[in-house]
Design a protein around this ligand. Structure first.
Ligand code: NAD
Length: 468
Protein backbone atom coordinates (compact mmCIF):
# COMPACT_ATOMS: atom_id res chain seq x y z
CA UNK A 1 0.00 0.00 0.00
CA UNK A 2 1.66 3.26 -1.14
CA UNK A 3 1.36 6.44 0.93
CA UNK A 4 1.40 10.05 -0.25
CA UNK A 5 3.12 12.99 1.37
CA UNK A 6 0.45 15.67 2.00
CA UNK A 7 2.85 18.52 1.15
CA UNK A 8 3.99 17.15 -2.20
CA UNK A 9 1.32 14.71 -3.30
CA UNK A 10 4.17 12.29 -4.04
CA UNK A 11 4.30 8.69 -2.90
CA UNK A 12 6.95 8.61 -0.20
CA UNK A 13 6.31 5.50 1.85
CA UNK A 14 4.88 2.04 1.63
CA UNK A 15 3.17 -0.11 4.21
CA UNK A 16 2.74 -3.86 4.26
CA UNK A 17 -0.40 -4.82 6.16
CA UNK A 18 -0.32 -8.17 7.95
CA UNK A 19 -2.46 -11.04 6.69
CA UNK A 20 -5.28 -12.27 8.87
CA UNK A 21 -3.17 -15.31 9.85
CA UNK A 22 -0.21 -13.12 10.83
CA UNK A 23 -2.49 -10.91 12.87
CA UNK A 24 -4.02 -13.96 14.52
CA UNK A 25 -0.60 -15.27 15.57
CA UNK A 26 0.31 -11.85 16.96
CA UNK A 27 -2.92 -11.50 18.91
CA UNK A 28 -2.59 -15.04 20.31
CA UNK A 29 0.87 -14.18 21.63
CA UNK A 30 -0.48 -10.91 23.06
CA UNK A 31 -3.25 -12.71 24.92
CA UNK A 32 -0.68 -15.02 26.53
CA UNK A 33 1.54 -12.07 27.47
CA UNK A 34 -1.41 -10.22 28.99
CA UNK A 35 -1.85 -13.00 31.57
CA UNK A 36 1.48 -11.93 33.05
CA UNK A 37 0.92 -8.17 32.57
CA UNK A 38 -2.33 -8.12 34.52
CA UNK A 39 -0.70 -9.96 37.46
CA UNK A 40 2.23 -7.52 37.65
CA UNK A 41 0.13 -5.00 39.54
CA UNK A 42 -0.44 -1.33 38.98
CA UNK A 43 2.90 -0.03 40.31
CA UNK A 44 4.82 -2.28 37.94
CA UNK A 45 2.65 -1.25 35.00
CA UNK A 46 3.12 2.42 35.86
CA UNK A 47 6.89 1.87 36.01
CA UNK A 48 6.87 0.25 32.56
CA UNK A 49 4.92 3.16 31.05
CA UNK A 50 7.15 5.70 32.78
CA UNK A 51 10.17 3.95 31.28
CA UNK A 52 8.52 4.04 27.87
CA UNK A 53 7.82 7.75 28.34
CA UNK A 54 11.56 8.33 28.78
CA UNK A 55 12.40 6.40 25.62
CA UNK A 56 9.76 8.29 23.63
CA UNK A 57 11.32 11.48 24.91
CA UNK A 58 14.76 10.34 23.74
CA UNK A 59 13.32 9.72 20.25
CA UNK A 60 11.24 12.88 20.26
CA UNK A 61 12.90 14.53 17.25
CA UNK A 62 12.67 11.37 15.16
CA UNK A 63 9.02 11.01 16.07
CA UNK A 64 8.29 14.63 15.23
CA UNK A 65 10.01 14.25 11.84
CA UNK A 66 7.99 11.15 10.99
CA UNK A 67 4.72 12.76 12.06
CA UNK A 68 5.55 15.91 10.09
CA UNK A 69 5.98 13.72 7.01
CA UNK A 70 2.63 12.09 7.75
CA UNK A 71 0.69 15.29 8.31
CA UNK A 72 2.68 18.09 6.69
CA UNK A 73 2.27 20.32 9.78
CA UNK A 74 4.55 21.05 12.68
CA UNK A 75 3.06 23.02 15.55
CA UNK A 76 0.29 20.48 16.18
CA UNK A 77 2.81 17.66 15.82
CA UNK A 78 4.95 19.01 18.64
CA UNK A 79 1.83 19.30 20.76
CA UNK A 80 0.90 15.69 20.01
CA UNK A 81 4.31 14.40 21.01
CA UNK A 82 4.37 16.48 24.20
CA UNK A 83 0.98 15.10 25.16
CA UNK A 84 2.35 11.54 25.36
CA UNK A 85 4.23 12.36 28.57
CA UNK A 86 1.41 14.30 30.20
CA UNK A 87 -1.10 11.61 29.30
CA UNK A 88 1.04 8.86 30.86
CA UNK A 89 1.43 11.04 33.97
CA UNK A 90 -2.29 11.74 34.28
CA UNK A 91 -3.39 8.16 33.74
CA UNK A 92 -0.71 6.82 36.08
CA UNK A 93 -2.13 8.97 38.89
CA UNK A 94 -5.73 8.05 38.09
CA UNK A 95 -4.94 4.32 37.96
CA UNK A 96 -2.92 4.38 41.15
CA UNK A 97 -5.86 5.97 42.97
CA UNK A 98 -8.29 3.56 41.39
CA UNK A 99 -6.42 0.38 42.28
CA UNK A 100 -5.53 1.52 45.78
CA UNK A 101 -9.11 1.17 46.93
CA UNK A 102 -10.55 -2.25 47.56
CA UNK A 103 -14.27 -1.74 47.62
CA UNK A 104 -15.73 -3.88 50.36
CA UNK A 105 -19.22 -3.09 51.51
CA UNK A 106 -22.09 -4.50 53.49
CA UNK A 107 -25.22 -5.56 51.68
CA UNK A 108 -28.94 -5.42 52.34
CA UNK A 109 -28.58 -8.92 53.78
CA UNK A 110 -26.81 -8.43 57.14
CA UNK A 111 -24.45 -11.44 57.02
CA UNK A 112 -23.38 -10.96 53.37
CA UNK A 113 -20.67 -8.58 52.18
CA UNK A 114 -19.61 -7.55 48.72
CA UNK A 115 -16.11 -7.04 47.44
CA UNK A 116 -15.96 -5.32 44.08
CA UNK A 117 -13.44 -6.84 41.69
CA UNK A 118 -12.28 -5.87 38.23
CA UNK A 119 -11.03 -8.15 35.47
CA UNK A 120 -9.23 -6.42 32.60
CA UNK A 121 -10.20 -7.39 29.07
CA UNK A 122 -7.43 -9.45 27.59
CA UNK A 123 -6.88 -7.67 24.28
CA UNK A 124 -8.06 -4.20 23.30
CA UNK A 125 -8.13 -3.17 19.63
CA UNK A 126 -7.58 0.53 18.94
CA UNK A 127 -8.39 1.85 15.47
CA UNK A 128 -7.51 5.50 14.89
CA UNK A 129 -7.79 8.25 12.25
CA UNK A 130 -5.28 10.49 10.47
CA UNK A 131 -6.03 13.94 11.85
CA UNK A 132 -3.98 13.52 15.06
CA UNK A 133 -2.22 10.24 14.28
CA UNK A 134 -0.20 9.87 17.48
CA UNK A 135 -2.55 11.46 19.99
CA UNK A 136 -5.61 9.53 18.86
CA UNK A 137 -3.75 6.24 18.69
CA UNK A 138 -2.80 6.66 22.36
CA UNK A 139 -5.84 8.30 23.91
CA UNK A 140 -7.45 4.92 24.77
CA UNK A 141 -4.27 2.87 24.67
CA UNK A 142 -2.61 4.35 27.77
CA UNK A 143 -5.53 3.82 30.18
CA UNK A 144 -6.16 0.35 28.70
CA UNK A 145 -2.55 -0.68 29.37
CA UNK A 146 -2.73 0.62 32.93
CA UNK A 147 -5.99 -1.23 33.46
CA UNK A 148 -4.06 -4.44 32.72
CA UNK A 149 -5.01 -5.11 29.09
CA UNK A 150 -2.77 -5.81 26.11
CA UNK A 151 -3.42 -3.36 23.27
CA UNK A 152 -3.05 -3.67 19.52
CA UNK A 153 -3.26 -0.38 17.64
CA UNK A 154 -3.99 0.22 13.98
CA UNK A 155 -3.51 3.86 13.03
CA UNK A 156 -4.80 5.27 9.77
CA UNK A 157 -3.18 4.11 6.55
CA UNK A 158 -3.06 7.79 5.49
CA UNK A 159 -0.52 8.70 8.20
CA UNK A 160 1.53 5.57 8.99
CA UNK A 161 5.11 6.87 8.89
CA UNK A 162 5.32 7.39 12.67
CA UNK A 163 4.41 3.77 13.46
CA UNK A 164 7.90 2.42 12.82
CA UNK A 165 9.50 5.02 15.10
CA UNK A 166 6.98 4.51 17.87
CA UNK A 167 7.20 0.71 17.69
CA UNK A 168 10.97 1.05 18.03
CA UNK A 169 10.47 2.92 21.32
CA UNK A 170 8.07 0.23 22.54
CA UNK A 171 10.60 -2.50 21.70
CA UNK A 172 13.04 -0.91 24.15
CA UNK A 173 10.78 -1.82 27.08
CA UNK A 174 10.87 -5.59 27.83
CA UNK A 175 7.70 -5.40 29.93
CA UNK A 176 5.76 -4.13 26.90
CA UNK A 177 6.82 -7.00 24.67
CA UNK A 178 3.64 -8.68 23.50
CA UNK A 179 1.60 -6.13 25.45
CA UNK A 180 1.60 -3.15 23.11
CA UNK A 181 1.84 -3.49 19.36
CA UNK A 182 1.22 -1.11 16.50
CA UNK A 183 0.25 -2.58 13.13
CA UNK A 184 0.09 -0.95 9.73
CA UNK A 185 -2.89 -1.36 7.47
CA UNK A 186 -6.11 0.04 6.07
CA UNK A 187 -9.78 -0.77 6.50
CA UNK A 188 -9.29 -4.47 5.96
CA UNK A 189 -6.77 -4.73 8.79
CA UNK A 190 -9.14 -2.69 10.97
CA UNK A 191 -11.95 -5.11 10.14
CA UNK A 192 -9.66 -8.05 11.00
CA UNK A 193 -8.89 -6.48 14.37
CA UNK A 194 -12.60 -6.37 15.16
CA UNK A 195 -12.62 -10.17 14.80
CA UNK A 196 -9.52 -10.79 16.90
CA UNK A 197 -9.89 -8.50 19.93
CA UNK A 198 -12.11 -8.48 23.03
CA UNK A 199 -13.09 -4.83 22.91
CA UNK A 200 -12.64 -2.16 20.25
CA UNK A 201 -12.01 1.56 20.69
CA UNK A 202 -12.64 3.19 17.36
CA UNK A 203 -12.05 6.83 16.45
CA UNK A 204 -13.05 7.83 12.95
CA UNK A 205 -15.95 8.71 10.70
CA UNK A 206 -19.55 7.90 11.52
CA UNK A 207 -19.77 5.96 8.26
CA UNK A 208 -16.95 3.57 9.22
CA UNK A 209 -18.10 3.59 12.84
CA UNK A 210 -21.35 1.94 11.77
CA UNK A 211 -19.40 -0.88 10.09
CA UNK A 212 -17.25 -1.36 13.17
CA UNK A 213 -20.37 -1.43 15.34
CA UNK A 214 -21.81 -4.15 13.12
CA UNK A 215 -18.58 -6.16 13.27
CA UNK A 216 -18.48 -5.86 17.05
CA UNK A 217 -22.05 -7.11 17.16
CA UNK A 218 -21.11 -10.18 15.09
CA UNK A 219 -18.17 -10.82 17.40
CA UNK A 220 -20.29 -10.02 20.50
CA UNK A 221 -17.77 -7.62 21.99
CA UNK A 222 -18.10 -4.16 23.59
CA UNK A 223 -17.32 -1.16 21.47
CA UNK A 224 -16.49 2.49 22.03
CA UNK A 225 -17.08 4.72 19.06
CA UNK A 226 -15.79 8.31 18.86
CA UNK A 227 -17.06 9.69 15.58
CA UNK A 228 -17.68 12.83 13.57
CA UNK A 229 -19.01 16.19 14.66
CA UNK A 230 -20.54 19.42 13.42
CA UNK A 231 -19.92 21.64 16.43
CA UNK A 232 -21.87 24.86 16.74
CA UNK A 233 -21.06 28.02 18.65
CA UNK A 234 -23.61 30.54 19.87
CA UNK A 235 -22.50 34.15 20.29
CA UNK A 236 -25.05 36.14 22.27
CA UNK A 237 -25.53 39.90 22.05
CA UNK A 238 -23.81 40.33 25.42
CA UNK A 239 -20.66 38.43 24.41
CA UNK A 240 -17.20 39.97 24.39
CA UNK A 241 -16.73 40.06 20.61
CA UNK A 242 -12.98 40.48 20.72
CA UNK A 243 -12.65 37.37 22.83
CA UNK A 244 -15.26 35.36 20.92
CA UNK A 245 -13.71 36.02 17.51
CA UNK A 246 -10.20 35.03 18.66
CA UNK A 247 -11.41 31.84 20.34
CA UNK A 248 -13.71 30.81 17.50
CA UNK A 249 -11.05 31.39 14.88
CA UNK A 250 -8.71 29.09 16.79
CA UNK A 251 -11.49 26.53 17.37
CA UNK A 252 -12.27 26.42 13.65
CA UNK A 253 -8.87 26.74 12.06
CA UNK A 254 -6.40 24.92 14.35
CA UNK A 255 -5.02 21.86 12.56
CA UNK A 256 -6.55 23.32 9.37
CA UNK A 257 -9.98 22.48 10.79
CA UNK A 258 -9.17 18.78 10.76
CA UNK A 259 -10.51 18.03 14.22
CA UNK A 260 -13.71 16.27 15.20
CA UNK A 261 -14.30 19.09 17.69
CA UNK A 262 -13.70 21.96 15.27
CA UNK A 263 -16.30 24.69 15.27
CA UNK A 264 -18.12 24.26 11.98
CA UNK A 265 -21.22 26.45 12.48
CA UNK A 266 -21.32 29.94 13.98
CA UNK A 267 -24.61 31.47 15.15
CA UNK A 268 -24.43 35.15 16.08
CA UNK A 269 -27.11 37.39 17.55
CA UNK A 270 -28.43 39.95 15.06
CA UNK A 271 -27.41 42.91 17.23
CA UNK A 272 -23.71 42.04 17.21
CA UNK A 273 -23.49 40.29 13.86
CA UNK A 274 -21.77 43.06 11.85
CA UNK A 275 -19.27 43.83 14.59
CA UNK A 276 -18.56 40.10 14.99
CA UNK A 277 -18.17 39.48 11.28
CA UNK A 278 -15.82 42.39 10.68
CA UNK A 279 -13.54 41.35 13.59
CA UNK A 280 -13.60 37.68 12.50
CA UNK A 281 -12.75 38.56 8.89
CA UNK A 282 -9.98 40.92 10.03
CA UNK A 283 -8.39 38.22 12.18
CA UNK A 284 -8.84 35.44 9.62
CA UNK A 285 -7.11 37.51 6.96
CA UNK A 286 -4.01 37.69 9.15
CA UNK A 287 -3.58 33.91 9.11
CA UNK A 288 -1.19 32.42 6.57
CA UNK A 289 -0.84 29.04 4.97
CA UNK A 290 2.09 27.01 6.31
CA UNK A 291 3.65 27.18 2.85
CA UNK A 292 6.30 27.04 1.40
CA UNK A 293 7.67 25.71 4.70
CA UNK A 294 5.94 24.28 7.74
CA UNK A 295 7.01 27.33 9.72
CA UNK A 296 5.67 29.85 7.19
CA UNK A 297 2.19 30.18 8.66
CA UNK A 298 -0.50 28.67 10.83
CA UNK A 299 -2.55 26.59 8.38
CA UNK A 300 -1.00 23.33 7.20
CA UNK A 301 -2.14 21.18 4.29
CA UNK A 302 -5.30 19.13 4.13
CA UNK A 303 -3.82 15.77 5.03
CA UNK A 304 -6.18 13.46 3.17
CA UNK A 305 -6.89 13.91 -0.54
CA UNK A 306 -10.37 12.51 0.01
CA UNK A 307 -11.02 15.38 2.43
CA UNK A 308 -9.98 17.96 -0.17
CA UNK A 309 -12.74 16.66 -2.44
CA UNK A 310 -15.28 16.83 0.42
CA UNK A 311 -14.35 20.43 1.31
CA UNK A 312 -14.46 21.57 -2.32
CA UNK A 313 -17.78 19.86 -2.87
CA UNK A 314 -19.32 21.52 0.18
CA UNK A 315 -18.00 24.94 -0.82
CA UNK A 316 -19.26 24.51 -4.36
CA UNK A 317 -22.70 23.48 -3.09
CA UNK A 318 -22.82 26.49 -0.73
CA UNK A 319 -21.88 29.01 -3.42
CA UNK A 320 -24.44 27.53 -5.82
CA UNK A 321 -27.08 28.01 -3.11
CA UNK A 322 -26.15 31.65 -2.50
CA UNK A 323 -23.37 31.72 0.12
CA UNK A 324 -21.15 34.80 0.05
CA UNK A 325 -17.38 34.60 0.50
CA UNK A 326 -16.05 37.06 3.12
CA UNK A 327 -12.54 35.70 3.61
CA UNK A 328 -10.46 32.85 2.23
CA UNK A 329 -11.03 31.20 -1.11
CA UNK A 330 -13.68 29.41 -3.11
CA UNK A 331 -11.83 26.10 -3.08
CA UNK A 332 -8.71 24.38 -1.78
CA UNK A 333 -5.60 25.43 -3.65
CA UNK A 334 -2.86 23.15 -4.90
CA UNK A 335 0.67 24.31 -4.11
CA UNK A 336 3.54 22.08 -5.22
CA UNK A 337 1.31 19.01 -5.07
CA UNK A 338 -0.09 19.69 -1.57
CA UNK A 339 -3.63 20.98 -1.00
CA UNK A 340 -4.30 23.93 1.30
CA UNK A 341 -7.41 25.73 2.44
CA UNK A 342 -7.35 29.26 3.81
CA UNK A 343 -9.46 30.30 6.79
CA UNK A 344 -12.67 30.72 4.81
CA UNK A 345 -15.62 32.73 6.11
CA UNK A 346 -19.03 32.45 4.48
CA UNK A 347 -22.24 34.36 5.08
CA UNK A 348 -25.74 34.03 3.58
CA UNK A 349 -25.57 30.39 4.54
CA UNK A 350 -28.72 28.29 4.94
CA UNK A 351 -29.47 24.97 6.54
CA UNK A 352 -30.04 23.26 3.21
CA UNK A 353 -26.35 23.62 2.40
CA UNK A 354 -24.12 20.59 2.86
CA UNK A 355 -21.60 22.60 4.87
CA UNK A 356 -24.26 23.37 7.47
CA UNK A 357 -25.17 19.68 7.84
CA UNK A 358 -22.30 17.40 6.96
CA UNK A 359 -18.91 17.30 8.65
CA UNK A 360 -16.46 19.51 6.71
CA UNK A 361 -13.15 18.84 8.46
CA UNK A 362 -11.58 21.98 7.04
CA UNK A 363 -11.03 25.60 8.16
CA UNK A 364 -14.44 26.80 6.97
CA UNK A 365 -16.44 29.25 9.11
CA UNK A 366 -20.07 29.67 8.05
CA UNK A 367 -21.66 32.53 10.00
CA UNK A 368 -25.42 32.83 10.42
CA UNK A 369 -27.62 35.40 12.18
CA UNK A 370 -30.13 34.42 14.86
CA UNK A 371 -32.84 36.53 16.47
CA UNK A 372 -33.83 34.78 19.69
CA UNK A 373 -32.04 32.46 22.09
CA UNK A 374 -34.58 29.72 21.39
CA UNK A 375 -33.83 29.99 17.68
CA UNK A 376 -30.08 29.76 18.30
CA UNK A 377 -30.54 26.64 20.41
CA UNK A 378 -32.77 25.08 17.74
CA UNK A 379 -30.20 25.86 15.05
CA UNK A 380 -27.34 24.43 17.09
CA UNK A 381 -29.26 21.24 17.92
CA UNK A 382 -30.52 20.72 14.39
CA UNK A 383 -27.83 18.21 13.42
CA UNK A 384 -27.31 14.47 13.41
CA UNK A 385 -24.13 15.05 15.44
CA UNK A 386 -23.66 15.83 19.14
CA UNK A 387 -19.98 15.96 19.90
CA UNK A 388 -19.41 19.36 21.50
CA UNK A 389 -20.21 23.06 21.21
CA UNK A 390 -19.53 26.50 22.66
CA UNK A 391 -21.38 29.53 24.02
CA UNK A 392 -20.20 33.12 24.43
CA UNK A 393 -22.12 35.49 26.72
CA UNK A 394 -21.40 38.22 29.23
CA UNK A 395 -22.09 36.15 32.31
CA UNK A 396 -21.37 32.52 32.97
CA UNK A 397 -24.96 32.17 34.16
CA UNK A 398 -26.35 33.35 30.82
CA UNK A 399 -24.02 31.06 28.89
CA UNK A 400 -24.78 28.06 31.11
CA UNK A 401 -28.52 28.54 30.61
CA UNK A 402 -27.97 28.02 26.90
CA UNK A 403 -25.31 25.31 27.31
CA UNK A 404 -27.70 23.17 29.37
CA UNK A 405 -30.04 23.01 26.38
CA UNK A 406 -27.41 21.96 23.83
CA UNK A 407 -27.59 18.31 22.85
CA UNK A 408 -23.92 17.46 22.85
CA UNK A 409 -21.32 15.95 25.17
CA UNK A 410 -19.21 18.99 26.08
CA UNK A 411 -19.77 22.72 25.93
CA UNK A 412 -16.98 25.30 26.15
CA UNK A 413 -18.15 28.40 28.01
CA UNK A 414 -16.66 31.69 26.83
CA UNK A 415 -14.00 29.66 25.10
CA UNK A 416 -13.85 27.25 22.19
CA UNK A 417 -12.93 23.64 21.45
CA UNK A 418 -11.66 23.09 24.98
CA UNK A 419 -11.93 19.30 24.76
CA UNK A 420 -8.85 19.49 22.54
CA UNK A 421 -6.73 20.50 25.49
CA UNK A 422 -8.71 19.43 28.54
CA UNK A 423 -9.12 15.70 28.95
CA UNK A 424 -10.46 15.57 32.49
CA UNK A 425 -14.14 16.28 31.91
CA UNK A 426 -16.27 13.14 31.65
CA UNK A 427 -18.45 13.24 28.56
CA UNK A 428 -20.39 11.07 26.18
CA UNK A 429 -20.76 11.70 22.50
CA UNK A 430 -24.41 12.38 21.75
CA UNK A 431 -26.35 11.21 18.69
CA UNK A 432 -24.28 10.05 15.69
CA UNK A 433 -21.05 11.37 17.23
CA UNK A 434 -20.46 8.19 19.13
CA UNK A 435 -21.48 5.50 21.52
CA UNK A 436 -20.12 4.03 24.75
CA UNK A 437 -18.76 5.36 28.03
CA UNK A 438 -16.64 8.47 28.42
CA UNK A 439 -13.04 8.29 27.19
CA UNK A 440 -12.10 11.23 29.36
CA UNK A 441 -11.92 11.56 33.14
CA UNK A 442 -11.27 8.87 35.78
CA UNK A 443 -14.25 6.64 35.02
CA UNK A 444 -12.90 6.05 31.50
CA UNK A 445 -10.53 3.53 33.05
CA UNK A 446 -13.44 1.24 33.93
CA UNK A 447 -14.22 0.75 30.23
CA UNK A 448 -11.30 -1.67 30.04
CA UNK A 449 -12.40 -3.91 32.88
CA UNK A 450 -15.23 -6.29 33.51
CA UNK A 451 -16.75 -5.77 36.92
CA UNK A 452 -16.76 -8.82 39.09
CA UNK A 453 -18.63 -9.09 42.38
CA UNK A 454 -17.34 -11.33 45.17
CA UNK A 455 -20.36 -12.11 47.36
CA UNK A 456 -19.07 -13.17 50.75
CA UNK A 457 -20.83 -14.86 53.60
CA UNK A 458 -18.39 -13.30 56.03
CA UNK A 459 -19.99 -14.65 59.19
CA UNK A 460 -20.49 -18.12 57.79
CA UNK A 461 -24.10 -18.15 59.02
CA UNK A 462 -26.56 -20.54 57.42
CA UNK A 463 -28.74 -18.83 54.86
CA UNK A 464 -32.39 -18.89 55.91
CA UNK A 465 -33.46 -19.87 52.36
CA UNK A 466 -31.45 -23.11 52.31
CA UNK A 467 -33.38 -26.38 52.32
CA UNK A 468 -31.93 -27.43 55.59
P1 NAD B 1 -12.21 6.73 8.77
O1 NAD B 1 -13.49 6.27 9.37
O2 NAD B 1 -12.10 6.77 7.31
O3 NAD B 1 -11.01 5.79 9.28
C1 NAD B 1 -10.71 5.65 10.63
C2 NAD B 1 -9.96 4.34 10.85
O4 NAD B 1 -10.81 3.24 10.54
C3 NAD B 1 -8.73 4.17 9.95
O5 NAD B 1 -7.69 3.62 10.71
C4 NAD B 1 -9.21 3.19 8.91
O6 NAD B 1 -8.19 2.42 8.30
C5 NAD B 1 -10.14 2.30 9.71
N1 NAD B 1 -11.15 1.56 8.95
C6 NAD B 1 -11.66 1.83 7.73
N2 NAD B 1 -12.59 0.89 7.40
C7 NAD B 1 -12.67 0.05 8.45
C8 NAD B 1 -13.47 -1.10 8.72
N3 NAD B 1 -14.37 -1.57 7.86
N4 NAD B 1 -13.31 -1.72 9.91
C9 NAD B 1 -12.42 -1.27 10.82
N5 NAD B 1 -11.63 -0.19 10.61
C10 NAD B 1 -11.76 0.47 9.44
O7 NAD B 1 -11.92 8.15 9.43
P2 NAD B 1 -10.75 9.15 9.06
O8 NAD B 1 -11.08 9.79 7.75
O9 NAD B 1 -9.45 8.48 9.24
O10 NAD B 1 -10.88 10.22 10.23
C11 NAD B 1 -11.68 11.34 10.19
C12 NAD B 1 -12.94 11.12 10.99
O11 NAD B 1 -12.60 10.81 12.33
C13 NAD B 1 -13.81 12.36 11.08
O12 NAD B 1 -15.14 11.99 10.86
C14 NAD B 1 -13.60 12.85 12.49
O13 NAD B 1 -14.66 13.60 13.01
C15 NAD B 1 -13.42 11.57 13.22
N6 NAD B 1 -12.74 11.80 14.48
C16 NAD B 1 -13.45 11.69 15.63
C17 NAD B 1 -12.85 11.97 16.85
C18 NAD B 1 -13.61 11.87 18.15
O14 NAD B 1 -12.99 11.83 19.21
N7 NAD B 1 -14.93 11.86 18.13
C19 NAD B 1 -11.51 12.36 16.89
C20 NAD B 1 -10.83 12.47 15.68
C21 NAD B 1 -11.44 12.18 14.48
Amino acid sequence: MKIKNPRTGQYYYEIFPPTFEELKDKTNFMRESQEVWKELGIEHRIKALQAWKEVVNEHKEELIDALCMDTGRKWETILEVDLVASSIERWSNISRDFFSIIERKTSSIPFLEIEQGYEPYSLVGVISPWNFPLLLSLIDTIPALLAGCAVIVKPSEITPRFIEVLQKTINHIPDLLGILNYVEGGGETGADLCKLTDIVCFTGSTETGKKVYQAACDNFIPIFLELGGKDAVIVTETADIERATSAILWGSVANAGQSCLSIERIYVHRNVYHQFLSRLVGKANLLQLAYPTMDSGQIGPIISEKQVAIIDNQLDDAFKKGAVLKAGSKKCEELDGGFYCKATILTNVTHDMKLMNEETFGPILPVMIYNTTEQAIDFANNTQYGLSGAVFADTEEEAMKIARKLKCGAVSINDAALTAVMHEGEKNSFKMSGIGGTRMGPSALKRFMKQKAYLINSQKVNDPWWFG
